[in-house]
Ligand binder design. Structure first.
Ligand SMILES: Nc1ncnc2c1ncn2[C@@H]1O[C@H](COP(=O)(O)OP(=O)(O)O)[C@@H](O)[C@H]1O
Ligand SMILES: [Mg+2]
Length: 617
């Protein structure tokens, strides 16, 4: 019954919807739901609430210790020095000791603060990197087809790095600046209401300046981080496709593209620095005007006897401390801006949900009826189109009885691979269901699905690690004998033993490089070892030479025996091992029958087969 609701039209994106003119994947930032960025930050900091509280307390105490200094100077000038003139050494000694204690306390507190805050930020970043990796890995194939690996790399390097800068340097800076503003204003007002009021009044133009800068910097920094991401994306994509780049002499074009992106980044960087320079000049102007005003007015009052000299000295010391960190506040705002932009991008990525979600109430496959591993496959009214294109399978019904080997032929673009990918649940149909022994793939527990359906494609991938490990991905608990058996069954044993370290050869190290055809053999052995109920071979022998393909084919009858198999063939020789042949055109099955029936008939397959026979003669 869940299946019928899942079947309801309109629940998923209708397949025929044209490509939206503003595809969010064309931009660097995916739409971030409102509040997602703040929620991400909260969830990152939540587990370390206690430690954040302690670090804040340390900073509070440290600031208190630091900001007592000028007060002691005022006391020394106005009370301790006159007392010393009266031969009373006590107050001066007290001031000296007090100053020393404050310095000592602030040093110790600062040390503890740095240690603790570094640990907090390290933990946050560790958590965040892990989340990005896990989430990206869990997202569906169609996400990765549109969001490039370059962008993912940029998310987990540049963006995490800018967050690190904020956490390790910027945040401390901000809290220190705010704290010292509060402390110092309070001290100044307490020392002398008039002078304090002038200092506090200077906050107004400073605040306006900061606000202006923030607005302008936000724009520049977003541009800048988009620009650096574009540089990384271009870099990664070019190097990933280095073979076609070489083959088609794309170097010059790529160089030109890269130069444009690189200089755009440089320009944005220059703009950012310019904004920064304007801010620094502006804030110094305000600060120095305020200091000059206070010193002049203070000196006038000291001369008139309405202000103690020590108070003026303390006020000037405080003012320097007050305005000094303002330059750094600009720096902090910079790192805040880039970190906010980065965090928004990361939040946008983390907010993506898999378009092929795991079932909330997973179902198990029924117990097998015979000792054969094969299971029945049904495409029930399936319609499907890729998000970025038109409909590929208009309406597809197909039943493959358990244990049948089906060859699928048809011209390029007919939808054969799409059929295979739907069966492996890389995508979900927009309408209809794909059933494995009566269970909708959408309801099937993920491990069951991965064990049940295995696909070998032409782009056989090997992971870093040894050949044996690569084969064992199909079944991690396999023994060495089982691995070797699988390799032997598929005809890969001979080439593997001729590698420098045999099965223990590292495929990414020197000497371990294996050819495309050999990679396919490894992928075959991997699939065989996984022992799936349904095996899909999508042009999986395309990189093998004719003898290699023959060897695989001989092995195939044993490998496929009892299994349900979908063999997408690019050479008709493969068809010989099939119980049934499907000819596909434009997402539809146009012929369906045993190889003998179709060859005897007058359809497309008969023509294809005749042409193939002729080519062999
Ligand atoms: N990832 C994809 N995104 C968008 N369109 C795709 C994608 N893969 C295939 N297509 C389109 O779907 C159609 C069928 O492709 P495919 O199933 O790969 O054909 P075949 O394997 O029979 O050559 C083609 O028109 C192709 O352009
Ligand atoms: Mg294909």
């Amino acid at each position: 019954m869940t299946a019928t609701t899942a079947n309801a039209p309109g629940k998923d994106q209708p397949a025929e919807e044209p490509r939206k003119p503003d595809d969010p994947f064309d931009r660097d930032v995916l739409p971030t739901p409102p509040g997602a960025t703040a929620a991400l930050l909260r969830s990152l900091l939540a587990p370390m609430k206690a430690r954040v509280a302690v670090t804040t307390l340390l900073l509070l105490l440290q600031q208190a210790a630091v900001q007592t200094g000028p007060l002691l100077v005022a006391y020394a000038i106005d009370s301790a020095v006159p007392a010393f003139r009266r031969d009373d050494l006590g107050p001066l000694i007290a001031v000296g000791v007090g100053y020393l204690l404050c310095a000592l306390a602030s040093g110790v507190l600062q040390y503890a603060f740095i240690l603790l805050s570094a640990r907090v930020s390290q933990d946050v970043l560790l958590d965040l990197r892990g989340r990005i990796f896990r989430h990206a890995q869990a997202l569906s194939v169609d996400f990765h087809e549109r969001y490039t690996s370059g962008r993912l790399i940029s998310r987990s390097t540049t963006d995490v790095e800018s967050l690190r800068e904020l956490l390790e340097e910027g945040l401390q800076e901000l809290v220190t600046v705010i704290l010292s503003f509060v402390y110092i204003s309070a001290m100044l007002l307490w020392l002398d209401l008039g002078l304090g009021a002038v200092a506090v009044a200077s906050f107004v133009p400073l605040y306006l300046l900061v606000r202006l800068y923030r607005r302008r910097a936000a724009r520049v920094y977003t541009l800048r981080s988009t620009a650096i991401a574009a540089v990384i994306v271009k870099f990664v994509e070019t190097m990933n496709g280095i073979r076609p780049v070489r083959a088609f002499r794309r170097e010059a074009v790529n160089d030109a593209d890269f130069r444009v992106l690189n200089s755009r980044h440089e320009r944005n960087n220059g703009d950012a620095l310019l904004e920064m320079a304007r801010y620094v000049v502006g804030s110094r102007l305000v600060a120095n005007t305020a200091v000059a005003g206070i010193v002049l007015w203070g000196a006038y009052r000291v001369a008139g006897g309405t202000l103690a000299l020590g108070v003026l000295a303390a006020a000037v010391l405080y003012l320097r401390r007050l305005y000094d960190p303002i330059d750094r506040l600009g720096m902090f705002l910079n790192s805040y801006q880039s970190a906010a932009a980065s965090l928004e991008k990361i939040a946008g990525l983390l907010a993506q949900t898999p378009s092929v979600p795991e079932p909330s109430q997973p179902r198990q496959l029924p117990a097998p009826e015979s000792e054969h591993p094969g299971r029945e496959v049904v495409f029930d009214g399936v319609r499907f189109g890729y998000r970025t294109g038109g409909e590929v399978l208009p309406r597809f019904d197909l039943t493959l009885p358990a244990g049948q080997t089906v060859a699928v032929v048809g011209s390029t673009g007919a939808g054969k691979s799409t059929l295979a990918k739907l069966l492996a649940r890389f995508y979900d149909p927009s309408e209809g269901r794909v059933l494995l022994d009566g269970v909708d793939l959408r309801e099937l527990a993920v491990p069951e699905l991965r064990r049940g359906v295995v696909m070998v494609t032409q782009e056989a991938f090997v992971f870093s690690g040894t050949v044996a490990e690569n084969i064992a991905i199909g079944r991690p608990d396999a023994t060495h004998e089982e691995i070797e058996q699988a390799a032997k069954a598929i005809g890969a044993h001979d080439f593997i033993t001729s590698l420098p370290d045999g099965y223990d050869t590292d495929v990414r190290k020197r000497g371990g490089r294996i050819s495309a055809g050999q990679r396919q053999l490894v992928a075959f052995a991997r699939a065989l070892l996984a022992d799936p109920a349904v095996l899909i071979l999508d042009e999986a022998t395309s990189s093998l030479d004719i003898p290699g393909e023959r060897a695989v084919q001989r092995a195939m009858s044993t490998v496929l025996h009892g299994r349900t198999a979908v063999v997408i063939a690019h050479r008709l020789s493969t068809v010989e091992i099939a119980d049934r042949v499907l000819v596909m055109e434009h997402g539809r099955i146009v012929e369906d029958g045993t190889p003998a029936e179709l060859i005897a008939g007058t359809g497309r397959f008969a023509d294809l087969h005749q042409a193939w026979r002729d080519s062999l003669a």
